[in-house]
Design a protein. Structure first.
Length: 134
């Protein structure tokens, strides 16, 4: 027999763990859960958020009806995610390297994105500090 209280407590811990390590996005096909560890970066394309994943695929949200920062504010509570003004969020945990010459961020799956030059150094310093603390 299973103890009901222990089962419910364990289930709640599991559910909270999933919630804290993932986000839910609204797509044309309905809500979809994405795990933070599977996310390389988020940017805006044609007024929609584009989620670029570690497997090389992208997911697009419904088109924005508010500003980028207002839309992504809840996502930024995750310690692995870093906001690059004005329309980019990168997953620090999935960065493999950075190229200052081209202001390029290189992810573990070899996906790349260019960061505005004026934000590159701050992102680079944040990434280095993140790596030292992990």
């Amino acid at each position: 027999p299973i103890n009901k209280e222990i089962f419910i407590k364990t289930l709640n811990i599991f559910i909270n763990s999933i919630k804290s390590s993932s986000i839910i996005i609204k797509t044309i096909d309905g809500d979809e859960r994405l795990f933070i560890k599977e996310l390389n970066y988020i940017n805006i394309e044609n007024r929609c958020l584009s989620y670029h994943l570690t497997d090389g695929t992208n997911r697009s949200s419904m088109c924005l009806r508010t500003s980028f920062i207002n839309e992504v504010e809840p996502i930024l509570k995750h310690k692995d995610l870093y906001f690059v003004p004005k329309t980019l969020i990168v997953n620090l945990n999935n960065i493999r390297g950075m190229d200052k010459t081209f202001s390029l961020v290189i992810f573990a799956n070899n996906d790349t994105i260019t960061v505005p030059k004026k934000y590159f150094d701050e992102l680079h310093d944040t990434w280095k500090e993140y790596c030292e603390n992990e």
